[in-house]
Design a protein. Structure first.
Length: 289
């Protein structure tokens, strides 16, 4: 029986097709593999997402003459109300060694609600009497800028140390129509607001792993305690995320983030204490290139 004579021609034909594709500028399989996204190799990574649960916020705004304010558990007093929140993360990896990174984050939440209070509230030197309908407004921005260096780097994972700073911007306001006077017939509008901007340094550690099926795992922790100018307290942030990045321009991630800031503040627009924590699941869309 004669052997088929087509195998050599087929191989030659395949080589001709591959050569033609390369000549047309269409990447071959190895080139495509090299072009796949990698969280520990790509120069840029961006993620836009939101938290699925709300923050817990405890605030106390003292009067200008030093009168102690009433501690307010914002969730218990006002609930969530009208709420917006989102988070933006970005990273730039630079240098021939691919060990240097600049990382930035912005988290914003804005909430507003009116509730009838069940106690007298002293806020900024003003009294909001029990059974008064009070409108509470709260907004804060958290911005982080950090430098990271990967002191341990392998093909599928890296561990980095970081130094950076958080900017915490907080604005609060209570307002109401208060009834008083003889017979309780006199009405007056009352409003007190307060806010501060606090820059706080942080130190941290971070580990990233490249996993099968286009997955990557990211674990990070940051902490700092200091007494700086008008601010005395500590800041902590711990996060774990899992990202699915099948191509450069489309990725989905889920994770859990726990952030806490506990501050005593003696600033011009805010004298008192601020203790807030946001924690819970997060979801985001990401790109990596």
């Amino acid at each position: 029986m004669k052997k088929p004579r087509t195998s050599t021609r087929r191989v030659a034909g395949l080589g001709t097709v591959v050569s033609a594709l390369v000549g047309l500028g269409i990447p071959s399989a190895p080139a495509l593999a090299a072009d796949e996204p990698s969280v520990i190799d790509d120069s840029f990574f961006f993620a836009l997402g939101t938290y699925l649960v709300d923050a817990d916020t405890d605030l106390e705004l003292d009067g200008r003459a030093g009168e102690a304010g009433t501690p307010i558990d914002w969730n218990k007093t006002f609930g969530e109300g009208t709420l917006t929140r989102f988070r933006l993360d970005g990273q730039w990896r630079f240098g021939d060694s691919e060990r240097h990174k600049l990382r930035a984050m912005w988290f914003n939440t804005d909430r507003s609600e009116s509730k009838t209070v069940d106690r007298d509230i002293e806020w900024g030197g003003e009294t909001f009497p029990v059974n008064t309908k009070v409108k509470g407004e709260l907004q804060y921005d958290i911005i982080e800028l950090a430098y990271e260096y990967a002191f341990l780097r392998r093909d599928t994972y890296e561990i980095s140390a970081s130094i950076g700073a958080y900017y915490l911007g907080l604005d609060t306001k209570l307002s109401a129509t208060v009834t008083g006077g003889t017979g309780g017939t006199t009405e007056r509008k009352v409003s007190r607001d307060g806010g501060f901007d606090a820059p706080l340094p942080v130190l941290g550690l971070r580990a990233q792993w490249v996993l099968p099926y286009d997955l990557s795992l990211d674990l990070a922790g940051q902490y700092f305690s200091a007494n700086i100018d008008e601010y005395d307290g500590d800041l902590q942030n711990y996060r774990a995320t899992l990202t699915w990045q099948p191509n450069k321009w489309f990725g989905l991630g889920v994770g859990y983030d726990w952030f806490s800031a506990d501050l005593d503040v003696d600033a011009s627009k805010f004298k008192g204490s601020a203790n807030w924590t946001f924690s819970g699941p997060m979801a985001y869309y990401s790109i990596s290139f």
